[in-house]
Design a protein around this ligand. Sequence first.
Ligand code: PLP
Length: 465
Amino acid sequence: MTTPEVEMTRELRNLPSVESVLSTSPIRTLAREYRRDWVADLVRDQIDAARGAVRNGSPAPTAEEMAQTVAEHIDDLGRVGPRPVINATGVLIHTNLGRTPLSMEAMEAMIQAAEGYTNLELDLYDGKRGSRQAHIQALLRQLTGAEAALAVGNNASAVLLGLSALAGGREVIVSRGEEVEIGGGFRIPDVLRQSGASLVEVGTTNRTYASDYEAAITENTAALLKVHSSNFRIDGFTHAASEEELVAIGDRHGIPVLHDVGSGCLVNTQDFGLAPEPRPQDSVAAGVGVTFFSGDKLLGGPQSGMAVGKKDLIRALERHPLARAVRIDKVSLAALAATLLHYVKGEAETKIPLWRMIGTSSPELENRSYHWQTALGEGVLVLRGRSTIGGGSLPGETLETWLLALECEAVPGGPNEVLRRLRESSTPVIARIEDGRVVIDPRSVFLEEEDALLRAIREALEPGG
Ligand SMILES: *Cc1c(COP(=O)(O)O)cnc(C)c1O
């Protein structure tokens, strides 16, 4: 007769030894690729974990089973990420999927900057130390009309640097309607506090007038700050002071106006049938002191943040100690320069993937979806739908598209299971559910991804899985 106690003791004795797991063939293979002592540590950890499970009543794994667990663990660690995924959501600036893909020229510039030495901070003319900003300054000046420009790691750090350098220890006047949270915890009031500036709120959530700002000015006011509500829209009884009005007030009192426009949209969104989006060049033209914007939203470039504006103000940003802490790296800088060059050449709509996707016509998308339907056969429909810009840009703005809709009744677990299977295919596919069907938006899928997409869909729709 065996009691549970006796059985557990026997199972504990049955646990494989470290040496026996290390001598299995999968682990011997892995120990050639990875450090042996490190693999041995992992094996030991897994055996400890198994010992705990046995004490709770589980049977002891064999050396081969143990080896399998360790191998899966090492496979996960050894897989270089982030991995490519297919964005079938139709959300074009997708923060969780790395915002937007870069142009071919931007990628080539990144490889060039990464693979060898570069003149990052060397003036080739006189052989002296140069500024990394020299590679993008002329382009940004040309595109925005600003006297001076500075690129840093992202727009959040550009705003933080700007407020620290220009308003630290003093007051900044902001409209109550513009104390926004951008997402990921980036809240304008928090950034203001972090910069050492104090916040002076004026107006109401829905209506703030130029006179509200002027009434709040004291001898301690460092700046008037305007923030674009990138990711939401208030309709109805609203009013905000224009940049021109704020600049007029600022000029009267000798106070600069700072404008966080969020998305660095350099083109006219109305040409694409979208709502107007504040453009950096318009703020500069209105006389704003420093305009801040992101490099990887509607600009379609790498993660980066820009501050453009008056020479003396940008100089103060460059000289602030935080500038070093938030400086842009050489690889992003190269991609940014290549992306900005597309705008200077007037080829942004054809070269930058984001603008190519936005510009894809509805009939073109309809064709692609019907083509996919033909390739897949049963169980898929083509439906009208909407793509979204996303990334906290152009809230509520959508573009007409044609969705491939997958009927999921045959799959136990339904649409959620199909979504999960798509995510777990060898090239993960990220899709969404609409009206009980999984839908695939061709607008954000690249032509070269089609084969992998169709393969993943076929596998995901198999009744057995
Ligand atoms: C997105 C956004 C930011 C943050 O920009 P990142 O480049 O993501 O750091 C700041 N302000 C506004 C208004 C934004 O829309």
